[in-house]
Ligand binder design. Structure first.
Ligand SMILES: [Zn+2]
Length: 324
């Protein structure tokens, strides 16, 4: 599911390589690549290079995954769709645009026809099992993963079965060529993956299955608590089924209230998140104050405060925290 976004980010690296001073590919390729990127950060892409962009992309995705994980696991009972989360994410060479595969092999050791661990989340089942970024996945639940065009679908199907039980056996190969078997205990979590999408817009959005946060928003969110609020807000839209409705002020305010419930259940300090909305330097301010479908910053802040008071009352009365 990360494929289109990864393609977009790698396409930026490709454009950097196609700058006038570098060796350029055919124009047709550049156009194809551009069409994949809705809002291309041109200044950044020309100044940067593939390695820098890729390193930033991985770092941003790791942060987003780490911040989202407690929201997904603590709120599993509120989500219609759950999955068994092993705590690592994977990639294959075929996930990258053809022009970039040489670089992907050189930089990340991703060889053709194999599936690799792309990232391991801190404090996750995978980390406890000592699985490392860059390890190749050889077997899952005793079954080998064949190479070829159906490899990813096969892995997806296999992982659904393998991670369903209390304990999953997995065989991996380190970059040095050492094979090892380990077992991990996946956690039940809301099935909303989170992914960084490269864009100069400051925005978060969801298609109801996956939550996307733009790279520019990632750079502008000052702390993990406020990043958690953005993810929780998008999860709330998905949980409440808002996607079938036109965006309105009321739906936005409802998603904000639900987000605080999701955050509190996940152990986030909602006071820190709300206090930030009273701050004049908020990056959303200029964007949202002149939008028709979005409430103003002040409306959102007051809505947050009211919901915070309700949450406080419920907790004081030792009641289960549910949506308003
Ligand atoms: Zn919203």
């Amino acid at each position: 599911m990360i494929r289109p976004v990864l393609t977009a980010i790698l396409a930026i690296g490709l454009l950097a390589c196609s700058a006038p001073s570098a060796e350029g590919g055919p124009d047709a390729d550049e156009e194809d690549v551009k069409s994949l990127v809705p809002d291309l950060p041109t200044e950044r892409s020309v100044a940067g290079n593939f390695e820098t962009v890729l390193a930033e992309y991985r770092q941003m995705n790791d942060r987003l995954d780490r911040v989202s994980a407690p929201l997904r696991s603590a709120n599993a009972s509120l989500c219609a769709e759950t999955f068994r989360d092993p705590g690592f994410r994977t990639h294959t060479l075929e996930d990258y645009p053809e022009q970039m595969r040489g670089a992907a092999q050189a930089l990340m050791g991703v060889e053709p026809n194999a599936i690799y661990v792309r990232s391991v989340r801190r404090d996750s089942p995978a980390e406890k099992a000592d699985i490392q970024t860059g390890d190749r996945i050889l077997r899952l639940g005793g079954q080998g993963i064949p190479g070829g065009r159906t490899m990813t679908q096969f892995y997806d199907a296999l992982s659904r079965g393998a991670f369903d039980g209390a304990e999953s056996k997995i065989t991996l190969r380190t970059p040095a060529g050492h094979d090892y078997e380990t077992s991990l205990q996946p956690q039940t979590a809301c099935d909303y993956q989170t992914t960084v999408f490269y864009s100069q817009d400051i925005n978060g959005y969801t298609d109801g299955r996956e939550v996307y946060v733009t790279s520019e928003l990632m750079r502008n969110v000052p702390d993990d608590v406020n990043l958690a609020l953005i993810v929780a807000h998008e999860m709330a839209h998905a949980i409440a089924g808002h996607l079938n409705e036109a965006p309105t002020r009321d739906l936005e305010l409802e998603a904000d209230r639900m987000a605080l419930v999701l955050m509190d259940r996940a152990g986030y300090d909602i006071e820190t998140a709300i206090a930030y909305w009273a701050d004049a330097a908020h990056p959303h301010r200029s964007l949202q104050d002149d939008s028709d479908s979005h409430p103003t910053i002040i409306e959102r802040y007051e809505n947050f405060r009211q919901e915070q008071a309700r949450i406080r009352e419920l907790k004081r009365a030792d009641q289960v925290l549910e949506f308003n």
